[in-house]
Design a protein around this ligand. Structure first.
Ligand code: SF4
Ligand code: SF4
Length: 447
């Protein structure tokens, strides 16, 4: 390894410090500077190799090193650096769960944000396919695909093997990858005219007892029934629930593409929709962990000076984190009507890195005769990663340990807190369908 001597202290006793993403500095997009940093960090990773089992980025890197003429990072062709970048889906696990060299360690390794910088450089150079631009335009695609009549055609096409094979050849979406079903009766349509529950919940030290739901693209157009179940559970606990007046995509798919200017545009639209609600005393929740993480972490790291965003971040909660905070204050109903039973619970990476603990498990286990086994492994779905023709086989491989754990049996239900991950897991399990924690909780309450 070129960096540092072996006697240096590994890791830190201090909590990791996440530096803001310096994406507006001219150096961020400077290719020489990027490659210099990639070489430095790849070299540290080569000497460490702890992350080899997390995703496909690290095995690709280590294979490149081991097959290079020098068997060191300096033997890798610079063009091959992108192969590592292309396998990263920004799950953040290497930073949050494995790396001893994150700041304040002097080596200052932030592998996910370095990958993000490389993706941003690539995007700025125009080296992004039309497929990837379309796949990450969740708002535009969803709006079109959920129009009545169009919706049936899209769902039929997504389920047609011959058409899927054509799609794989023409646009590179793998013929076997699970694609979400679109619904024309969106969550917004289902909930916007529903009478608001009377505001009976008392505030606690950490929650106001009234929430606005950021529906998310997926929750709104692909999983409206899950959103309805979530809202029913909150209202059953006397929490006033409303949906946001308007919203656009949180920006996570565009972040994963490196399209930071579009992320910035989405931020403006969402701040305009969310800040007034926070100022009226609403806490915020969303049914998809990646979208929650966007507001809790990624946007504040991109715009550390934005006080409006800081207020939104403080008000944003994972829904089960919220319910557990209410329970801690004695404000959650535990008068369940029925048991849930044995549940296998997949914890998505973007929920794990929120550092909130296993809140879904804790809430479900409030129901009688219920035990939850949480599986903290990546599902491999990761936004748009699994549906791309070149990645699908890797995604299935990453998902296998999760599927195997569920297939060992002994569970009455299985679920992921990310419904998209749930679809890939379900494909692996094959014999039964994934459910949602909100659906199980609603059934247990008998509502
Ligand atoms: S952020 Fe996730 S996908 Fe990217 S390198 Fe780290 S562990 Fe792998
Ligand atoms: S990201 Fe950190 S823990 Fe992972 S291989 Fe690199 S140096 Fe090691």
């Amino acid at each position: 390894m070129a960096t540092g001597e072996s006697s240096r202290r590994e890791g830190s006793l201090e909590a990791p410090t996440r530096h803001p993403l310096d994406w507006r500095s001219p150096d961020f997009y400077n290719k020489d500077s990027l490659f210099h940093e990639l070489e430095r960090v790849y070299d540290i990773c080569h000497g460490c190799r702890r992350c080899v089992s997390l995703c496909n980025s690290f095995p690709v890197l280590f294979d490149l090193v081991d097959e290079s003429p020098t068997m060191e990072v300096d033997g890798i062709k610079k063009d091959d650096y992108w192969k590592v970048v292309d396998q990263c889906y920004l799950c953040d696990l290497c930073y949050m769960t494995k790396c001893p060299y994150v700041p304040p360690h002097e080596w200052n390794v932030d592998f996910p944000h370095l990958m993000l910088r490389a993706k941003a450089v690539k995007f700025k150079d125009g080296e992004v396919s039309l497929r990837d631009k379309v796949l990450t335009s969740t708002d535009a695609v969803g709006k079109l695909a959920s129009i009545p009549v169009v919706v049936q055609a899209v769902n039929a096409a997504n389920n047609s093997k011959p058409l899927r094979q054509v799609m794989e050849k023409v646009i590179g979406i793998h013929a076997d990858a699970p694609l979400p079903r679109f619904e024309s009766n969106t969550a917004r349509k289902r909930l916007e005219h529903a009478p608001a529950a009377p505001a009976r919940a008392e505030p606690t030290a950490e929650t106001t007892g009234k929430v606005a739901v950021f529906l998310t693209c997926y929750g709104n157009r692909n999983a409206p029934a899950v959103v309805e179940d979530m809202v029913a559970v909150f209202r059953h606990n006397d929490i006033e629930v409303r949906i946001t007046g308007s919203e656009v995509c949180c920006g996570m798919p565009k972040l994963e593409l490196g399209d930071l200017e579009t992320v910035a545009k989405h931020r403006e639209a969402n701040v305009a929709a969310l800040l007034p609600l926070v100022e009226q005393g609403y806490d915020l929740i969303a049914p998809i962990p990646s979208c929650v993480l966007m507001f809790k972490q990624e946007l504040p790291l991109m715009f550390p000076e934005d006080e409006r965003l800081a207020k939104i971040k403080r008000a944003f909660f994972d829904p089960f984190e919220y319910l557990m905070l209410r329970h801690k204050a004695g404000k959650l109903r535990t008068d369940f009507n029925e048991a849930i039973g044995k549940v296998a619970h997949h914890v998505p990476c973007h929920q794990r890195v929120q550092n909130i603990g296993l809140k879904t498990k804790e809430v479900l286990e409030l129901a009688p005769d219920t035990s939850v086994t949480s599986i903290e492994r990546c599902s491999g779905h990761d936004g748009t990663y699994a549906v791309k023709a070149e990645n699908y086989a890797f995604a299935k491989k990453i998902c296998k340990p999760v599927v195997n754990r569920i297939a060992e049996g002994g569970f009455d239900h299985y679920l992921s807190d990310c419904p998209m991950a749930g679809e890939l897991i379900e494909q692996g399990v094959a014999t039964s369908e994934a459910t949602s924690a909100f659906t199980l909780l609603r059934q247990a309450y008998g509502i």
